[in-house]
Design a protein around this ligand. Structure first.
Ligand SMILES: *[C@@H]1O[C@H](CO)[C@@H](O)[C@H](O)[C@H]1NC(C)=O
Ligand SMILES: *[C@@H]1O[C@H](CO)[C@@H](O)[C@H](O)[C@H]1NC(C)=O
Ligand SMILES: *[C@@H]1O[C@H](CO)[C@@H](O)[C@H](O)[C@H]1NC(C)=O
Length: 321
């Protein structure tokens, strides 16, 4: 009985994984623009560099945009589309509070269009900008497979398909496996929380009315929890209030995993990685070796970045052709 259950759980995952690998393998390639727009990557990097010089929250924003994009309808730049009348787009759906830096993609697209009009997709530009963001923040760099197509559909109500900060292990695992991503990918991509800022709403479940026994999530380090309660009181909270995701929130490093082991992960979904032996093992591994985290991150983000959707190369990243 037990064996049969685990087989039936595992089999659909394997199939999904194989399909997504085959599809991406046939379409995406590192040399995709070698003939048609050889300087596209340089142009994107220049724009991202300049934006970061003016605003050090840009890397976190661009990495989050890429992640958000890929988790809904594949990496098809659907997250960039504007709402059309009453049809609200992803970017105007909850939880969009911390989506920003759209202008960076617009600037990069403009620079690329000047060199080779109608060739490079917005989804590829976003994937490149995410890579540059990580690299320019002290993280690893990698070759981005390209050839994504931009989608024509973006629906606010589909943002409920994003893994939420309140998710437990079961929910996280399901969200990732539905996209052909493994539990290792889950731990590795959660490491993206090494960059950025979170509003109180995404972790208030842990510091107020946690459960009938306690106001505060008992897995939180008490002094860390007290600090969060101060920043995010139960009442009369400043709307923009929140906390940096880790203590080095503009550096792409393995501090996130170290803090997680000390009860200083911000979200329930971070803490959830410690509730399962396999994922807890990866957390310890990455906490003790930044090099192994970087190596794994490159593999996982390329895998996530290969989830396909889309059908055109948009002229303007905010609107369909
Ligand atoms: C989501 O929104 C679209 C319109 O943007 C609508 O057609 C669809 O029925 C909605 N789906 C759900 C599950 O509410
Ligand atoms: C988030 O959604 C709200 C409400 O639909 C919208 O007014 C706002 O512009 C959106 N934020 C971003 C960054 O797109
Ligand atoms: C995870 O959350 C879901 C949905 O709230 C719940 O049904 C499930 O029991 C939870 N799993 C664990 C292990 O807590």
């Amino acid at each position: 009985m037990k064996a049969a259950m685990s087989t039936s759980l595992v089999a659909p995952l394997l199939i999904f994984f194989t399909i997504s690998l085959v599809v991406s393998g046939s379409a995406l390639s590192i040399d995709y623009y070698a003939e048609t727009c050889p300087d596209a990557e340089l142009a994107v990097t220049e724009v991202v560099k300049e934006a970061i010089a003016n605003d050090d929250t840009v890397p976190a924003a661009l990495l989050r945009l890429h992640f958000h994009d890929c988790f809904i309808r594949g990496c098809d730049a659907s997250v960039l589309l504007k709402s059309r009348g009453r049809d609200k787009a992803e970017k105007d759906g909850p939880p969009n509070e911390s989506l920003h830096a759209f202008y960076v993609i617009d600037h990069a697209k403009k620079a690329v269009e000047k060199m080779c009009p109608g060739v490079v997709s917005c989804a590829d530009i976003l994937a490149l900008a995410a890579r540059d963001s990580v690299a320019l923040s002290g993280g690893p760099t990698w070759e981005v497979p390209k050839g994504r197509r931009d989608g024509r559909v973006s629906r606010a109500n589909e943002t409920n398909q994003l893994p939420a900060p309140t998710f437990n292990f079961t929910q996280l695992k399901q969200s990732f496996s539905q996209r052909g991503l493994s539990t290792k990918d889950l731990v590795v991509l959660s490491g993206g929380h090494t960059l950025g800022f979170a509003h109180c709403s995404s972790f208030q479940n842990r510091i107020h009315d946690f459960d009938t026994a306690s106001d505060v999530d008992p897995t939180l380090d008490p002094s860390f929890a007290a600090r969060l309660q101060e920043i995010c009181p139960a009442q009369n909270r400043v709307k923009s209030a929140g906390s940096a995701m880790d203590t080095t929130s503009t550096a792409f490093d393995n501090t996130y995993y170290k803090l997680l082991l000390q009860g200083q992960g911000l979200f329930s979904s971070d803490e959830a990685l410690l509730t399962h032996p396999k994922t807890a093992g990866f957390v310890s591994q990455f906490a003790s070796s930044q090099e192994e985290f970087f190596e794994a991150f490159v593999k996982s983000i390329v895998r996530m970045g290969s989830l396909e959707g889309g059908e055109e190369v948009r002229q303007n990243c905010r609107v369909i052709n």
